[in-house]
Design a protein around this ligand. Structure first.
Ligand code: NAD
Length: 235
């Protein structure tokens, strides 16, 4: 018998994306009313953009941070907290917002950083909670270098990938919610879990995943509160 089968509680790993926060008023990147429509990714979310126009990038993320502070966790985020009564729950999120934490989830790994934190542009290990909702050009980290948002931009490495793969590798149940699985390497995580893990994907749209996934079609707030009932059969 494998070590996995001897565990008393099953390990539930959730991979979340922008869609879970859509009903909290935070726009996704790829929906028609999403942020992609209003901004060019190359101008605000790449490492080249930072060196080209730091003020524009800071303004973009300052606006995201202010939006995040005003947003509240929705019934989808809250439903995932309830699942901790039955499963060992690990959330791996591509989101930079802190709505999983504010809902009360205890084990959240951010693949693409955290909007409420800043770091030094010179030392990516120098990460800190921000004291103000905005970072201005000229604001310095403790090492004397310009502060930047603690987010992973296109063109940068994803330091939390190894940890996320380690979390996925012995999952009993995998739940993918609110992600188009278009951003790599994050999207590859669905291949890191065991083939015999039970797999669900929650999304109002069809997402190209293999037949191992059961598609629960609908929004996060309509489907996730029902999961307790659906997953109890997997306990
Ligand atoms: P995406 O925009 O590519 O895809 C969003 C997915 O959510 C789509 O498949 C869409 O059908 C689905 N969706 C829309 N409304 C939903 C709802 N109410 N309930 C459930 N699903 C819903 O997002 P992504 O795959 O996460 O990739 C975008 C990247 O942008 C991520 O890397 C993330 O870091 C970043 N991002 C983060 C935030 C945030 O922190 N809230 C917001 C926008 C973008």
């Amino acid at each position: 018998m494998s070590e996995r089968k001897l565990k008393s509680r099953k390990k539930l790993v959730i991979l979340s994306g922008a869609g879970i926060s859509a009903e909290s008023g935070l726009g996704t990147f790829r929906d028609s009313d999403g942020l992609w429509e209003k901004y060019d990714i190359n101008d605000v979310a790449t490492i080249d953009a930072w060196y080209k126009n730091k003020k524009l990038v800071l303004d973009f993320y300052n606006a995201r941070r202010i939006q995040n502070i005003a947003a509240q966790p929705n019934l989808g985020h809250l439903a995932l907290v309830d699942l901790e009564d039955y499963f060992d729950v690990y959330i791996i999120t591509q989101n930079i917002d802190d709505l999983h934490e504010r809902a009360g989830s205890s084990n959240v790994t951010h693949l693409h950083g955290e909007i409420m934190k800043g770091k030094s542009e010179h030392d990516e290990g120098l990460i800190f909670d921000l004291k103000h909702p905005e970072i201005q050009l000229g604001d310095k980290a403790a090492d004397g270098h310009q502060m930047r948002p603690h987010v992973v931009w296109f063109g940068e490495a994803v330091p939390m990938m190894n940890k996320a793969e380690e979390i996925m590798v012995d999952a009993d149940i995998v739940l993918v919610v609110g992600t188009s699985l278009n951003v790599y390497p994050a999207a590859n995580l669905i291949y890191s879990c065991p083939t015999d893990a039970v797999k669900y994907i929650v999304d109002p749209n069809d997402i190209p995943v293999n037949s191992e996934f059961t598609h629960l079609k609908g929004t996060a707030t309509s489907i996730l509160p029902k999961l307790k009932t659906i997953l109890r059969f997997q306990e």
